[in-house]
Design a binder for this molecule. Structure first.
Ligand SMILES: [Fe+2]
Length: 205
C-alpha cells in the first residue's frame, strides 16, 4: 500500500556545493568499498562485508546493508517506523542511484533523496532532503539524524573532488572496473554510454 512520506522540515535539508562532475557523485554512491577509509564512523557498524549489490540494468543500481542501526534518544526513544515492514527492514538499509541524477536511501524510520544539480561540467550542487513516516517527529532525534547524514555526505566531498581532478590527470588511462566490486558502477556507465550512443545515432541519422 502506498504511504505518504513527510519531509522533516528546515533542519532536514542541506545543499552541498561540490567541485565535481555529477556523474562522479553517482559513481561514488554506487560502491561501498570506500566505507572503511572515508566513513570510519559509519563503517564502525556497517562494514564493507555487510553490503550487497543492487542492480537493475537501465534503471538504477547501488548498495544494500544488513546492519542499519536505528538512532536512539537519551530515554530510548526512536523515530517512528514506516508501517507493516517485513522483518528484513529491522536492520536493513538500501542506497540506490536512480538514473540519471537522483540518489535515494531508505531505512525503517526515514528515507532521503539527493538531487544532483549539474551546474557545470566540474561543479555539482547536491540537494539533500530527509523524509519520515510521520508528520511530527521528535525534533532532537530528527536533528541528530540530519547531522549524521550531513557528516557522511560531507566526508564524501574530498573523494568526488579528487576523482574529478584525477580524471584530468595526464596519466589517467580510463581506469578498470572490478568485477567483484564495481557491478553497480558499471551499470551506471552502461546507462551513460547508451544515452551517448542514442544521441550519436540521432545526430548521424
Ligand atoms: Fe560515501
Amino acid at each position: 500500500m502506498d504511504k505518504p512520506l513527510y519531509h522533516g522540515g528546515w533542519d532536514s535539508r542541506v545543499t552541498l556545493d561540490v567541485a565535481t562532475n555529477w556523474k562522479l557523485a553517482v559513481e561514488n554512491y554506487c560502491e561501498s568499498y570506500h566505507l572503511p577509509w572515508v566513513h570510519p564512523g559509519l563503517n564502525s557498524y556497517s562494514r564493507l562485508e555487510d553490503h550487497y549489490h543492487i542492480e537493475s540494468r537501465g534503471n538504477f543500481s547501488g548498495q544494500g546493508t544488513y546492519v542499519y542501526r536505528q538512532l536512539e534518544g537519551r530515554d530510548g526513544e526512536r523515530l517512528p517506523d514506516f508501517e507493516a515492514l517485513p522483518e528484513v527492514w529491522e536492520t536493513g538499509g538500501e542506497y540506490i542511484a536512480l538514473y540519471p541524477n537522483v540518489l535515494l536511501g531508505v531505512q525503517r524510520d526515514h528515507a532521503f533523496a539527493i538531487v544532483l544539480d549539474p551546474v557545470r561540467h566540474d561543479r555539482t550542487r547536491e540537494h539533500v532532503h530527509i523524509y519520515y513516516a510521520a508528520p511530527d517527529t521528535d525534533g532532537a532525534l530528527r536533528q541528530k539524524n540530519a547531522t549524521r547524514w550531513k557528516t557522511v555526505f560531507t566526508e564524501d566531498v574530498f573523494v568526488v573532488e579528487g576523482m574529478q581532478r584525477g580524471r584530468a590527470a595526464p596519466g589517467f588511462d580510463g581506469g578498470r572496473f572490478s568485477p567483484a566490486m564495481d557491478g553497480p558502477t558499471h551499470l551506471f556507465h552502461d546507462w551513460v554510454a547508451g544515452r551517448i550512443a542514442d544521441l550519436r545515432a540521432l545526430r548521424d541519422a
